[in-house]
Design a protein around this ligand. Structure first.
Ligand SMILES: Nc1nc2c(ncn2[C@@H]2O[C@H](COP(=O)(O)OP(=O)(O)O)[C@@H](O)[C@H]2O)c(=O)[nH]1
Ligand SMILES: [Mg+2]
Length: 358
């Protein structure tokens, strides 16, 4: 009688003979002979239950999300009808900053996919070692493909490197944030942006500068990023805080750190692995967990789905609210055009050295 099923970890064997099932347990060094006194117990019916390791799934989610189509629709409506606190700011510019392959370009196409209700392919996505995105490119987000422009746009730039000599340098990142860099500028390693660059914007207005920085990190790599990247991120975080510009952390690839989340994105806030990675992402930059937003970009699906859209649209709403939160204390309310003009005058910057010319 050959065993039909053998489990080496439990010493469990299951056999069938003459229409009967027989079960037995062999002794092993770990478990010994622990279960049945008699071997080859004959059973009429055998029910097999597989006990999965549920350690990774928390008993209840730690952030509440209502995963239904109504939520997606409400988020979409809230986004397209959003009125910025600063009414005279026509467009919020969010900059994506992160290492190569963290999913910056994929995130932009994912947001467009959500809005167009179909998968959008941008040309600059891939796995080139040094990153595909070399140029400063601004992507507007329309409410649908031929519809009006929303209040939000994203700036994609060269990836930040493990240290200042590779990728976007610290001073170049600050120059982008302050609005000195013209659209289409091609970054060059080892050649910092200066005011001799063609199209250099010497006196950027509030509309030309970045209003929110999104640090984009890959959940499957947050525990293995080099410490040099951590110090670059922390330095940027500190400089951006001094400039009173909103910042958030976007944690991509959450589908790659937890099998349950890969199968069902709705487990994202029940997954201990995702929670740990979010915690780690916050620590890398130096921001609290509430600033960390998990997403799964559209990279393999050919159609959009409601759960993915909910996380993506939640990021969009968080950006707009974070920008409002940072402006709230800088303006009287209601916001007047004169307030904006005064603020813009204050924001005229001398150089890319990091200081406002107050
Ligand atoms: N599984 C998974 N793959 C992703 C995700 N986001 C991006 N990718 C993949 O990661 C790679 C790099 O993405 P890309 O957007 O070009 O990164 P960038 O260098 O930061 O612009 C591409 O192959 C994407 O398909 C995600 O959320 N989940
Ligand atoms: Mg890119």
């Amino acid at each position: 009688m050959e065993p039909l099923l053998t489990s080496s970890s439990t010493g469990f064997n299951l056999k069938q003979a003459d229409g009967c099932w027989y079960e037995s347990f062999c002794s092993d060094v770990v478990h010994g002979k622990i279960r049945l006194e008699d071997d080859n117990v004959c059973c009429k019916d055998v029910e097999l239950h597989r006990v999965q390791d549920v350690g990774d799934i928390l008993p209840s989610p730690w952030r509440e999300v209502s995963w239904c189509n109504t939520t997606t629709e409400n988020l979409r409506k809230d986004f397209v009808s959003y009125n910025m606190l600063l009414e005279s700011l026509p467009r919020v510019k969010a900059l994506l900053l992160g290492p190569v392959g963290s999913g910056k370009s994929s995130f932009i196409s994912s947001i467009r996919s959500t809005m167009y209700n179909r998968i959008v392919h941008l040309p600059s996505i891939g796995t080139a070692v040094e990153g595909f995105t070399q140029k400063m490119t601004t992507y507007d987000i329309r409410v649908n493909q031929r519809g009006p422009q929303s209040v939000l746009s994203f700036c994609d730039v060269m990836a930040i490197g493990d240290d200042d000599s590779a990728g976007l340098s610290f001073s170049d990142a600050l120059a982008v944030i302050k609005g000195h860099i013209p659209e289409g500028y091609k970054f060059q390693r080892g050649v910092p942006v200066s005011d001799t660059v063609s199209g250099y914007i010497a006196n950027p207005t509030l509309n030309e500068q970045i209003h929110c920085v999104l640090f984009v990190l890959d959940a499957s790599k947050v525990t293995s990023y080099p410490s040099s990247l951590e110090s670059t991120l922390r330095k940027l975080h500190s400089a951006i805080s001094d400039m009173r510009i909103a910042q958030l952390i976007l944690l991509t690839h959450v589908d790659q750190v937890c099998l349950a989340v890969q199968k069902d994105l709705q487990d994202v806030y029940s997954s201990r692995a995702v929670q740990d990675k979010m915690q780690k992402a916050g620590e890398l930059v130096g921001l609290p967990l509430s600033y960390v937003l998990p997403v799964k970009n559209y990279v393999s699906r050919l159609t959009v789905d409601s759960s993915t859209d909910i996380l993506l649209l939640s990021v969009v709403m968080s950006i707009l609210q974070a920008v409002d939160d940072t402006f709230e204390d800088q303006y009287s309310n209601p916001v007047l055009k004169s307030d904006l003009d005064n603020f813009q005058k204050k924001c005229v910057l001398k150089t890319c050295s990091g200081n406002y010319n107050e």
